[in-house]
Design a protein around this ligand. Structure first.
Ligand code: SAM
Ligand code: SF4
Length: 326
């Protein structure tokens, strides 16, 4: 078991498979983003070695992310190998959905359990404006393919950006009347080069809920406000699905945090919003023993920061979201 000095049991690893992406969302990366050479990223055998170590330390829940995880070559083979690692209980994935029409079924066959798909608006023009390169029709096809393949329950992630999609919150919420999906609204977080943009355009949890209620009526809280992962759940009366609010900026959930992150370049990042990191790939390549690496992981998990300090203007600067994975 990996415990931190505040007594939190850290057993959920979010693994970034690549820093590259087939979209360029405005809050995530610049259009001319420069990516790392593939040789600097974890190769399949290195990734599987590190996953084995984390699993030995009690990490049982895994989420694949990116950049865009579906562009990693041979993804189904990698998922199968991860799933076969003793101690790995569940693997899910966060994706922009662009490649799901062809990949949902093979990924399900390989052992992927479910997907979260990022959809910030249903409006084709605004979708293109936010993602720069994306098509909402393709992503909706991807969501349907994921549902047909059984990658359920489907969760949709929408980052709310003032002036880009704050008008679309109610339309996204409306999807829950027809579909048993969890539509989650995420407060935008500031990172590196895009921090200024994120801070100016952030729309808070409270404002998001007010927008939904103004259009669709009262939005009752579910389960007395108990968190489902990082989301606080609500449900519109008569809806099949639920609405999740992820308020990392205005109402942080750090006390119940159980996660760590492994970046595509093999760095263990202890908190999404803190720059404290430790490189694992470098010692692995330099011949460190597996026991040495386990000890590095254990020691650093122990020192996991309590929480973020965005309110005090402490902003993560070393990486943007696509280099961490979300
Ligand atoms: N490419 C995949 C996708 O978009 O789902 C996975 C990686 S992406 C970095 C993971 C999640 O982070 C997405 O839901 C995305 O919308 C969210 N995200 C990116 N930049 C963000 C920011 N500045 N604040 C909050 N969420 C952000
Ligand atoms: Fe790519 Fe996801 Fe970042 Fe959008 S949020 S640019 S899809 S990594």
């Amino acid at each position: 078991m990996a415990i931190d000095r505040f007594g939190r049991n850290i057993h959920y690893l979010r693994v970034s498979l690549t820093d590259k992406c087939n979209l360029r969302c405005v809050y995530c990366m610049a259009e001319d983003m420069v990516f790392r050479p593939s040789a600097e990223l974890m190769q399949d055998d290195e990734l599987l070695t590190l996953v084995r170590l984390f699993a030995d330390l009690g990490f049982d829940k895994y989420r694949l992310t990116g950049g865009e995880p579906t562009i990693r070559p041979n993804l189904p083979v990698l998922v199968r190998a991860m799933k076969d690692t003793p101690g790995v209980r569940s693997i899910s994935m966060t994706t922009n959905g662009v490649l799901l029409p062809q990949m949902a079924e093979p990924l399900r066959q390989a052992g992927l359990e479910r997907v979260n798909v990022s959809v910030d608006t249903l409006d084709p023009v605004r979708f293109k404006r936010i993602t720069r390169w994306g098509s909402i029709d393709t992503v909706m096809d991807g969501i349907r393919a994921a549902e047909a393949a059984g990658l359920t329950p489907i969760k949709l992630n929408a980052v709310v950006v003032r002036g880009f999609n704050d008008e679309d919150v109610a339309d996204l919420a409306r999807l829950t009347y027809e579909h048993a999906w969890q539509v989650r609204f995420i407060e935008m977080m500031p990172f590196g080069d895009v921090a200024g943009f994120a801070q100016q355009q952030v729309v808070t949890d409270k404002e998001i809920r007010a927008r939904i209620e103004a259009a669709l009526g009262p939005l009752p809280l579910l389960d007395g406000g108990r968190l489902d992962g990082e989301a606080r759940l609500y449900q519109l009366p008569g809806a099949k699905g639920t609405i999740g609010l992820i308020s990392s900026v205005s109402v942080p959930f750090c006390a119940s945090c159980n996660r760590a992150r492994l970046t595509a370049d093999g760095v263990l990042r202890l908190c999404l919003l803190r720059d404290k990191e430790v490189n694992l790939l470098q010692p692995l390549r330099q011949g460190a023993t597996l026991d040495d690496l386990k000890q590095i992981i254990r020691d650093n998990i122990w020192e996991k920061p309590w929480g973020h300090a965005l309110a005090d203007q402490v902003i993560p600067v070393t990486r943007v979201m696509s280099q961490i994975g979300g």
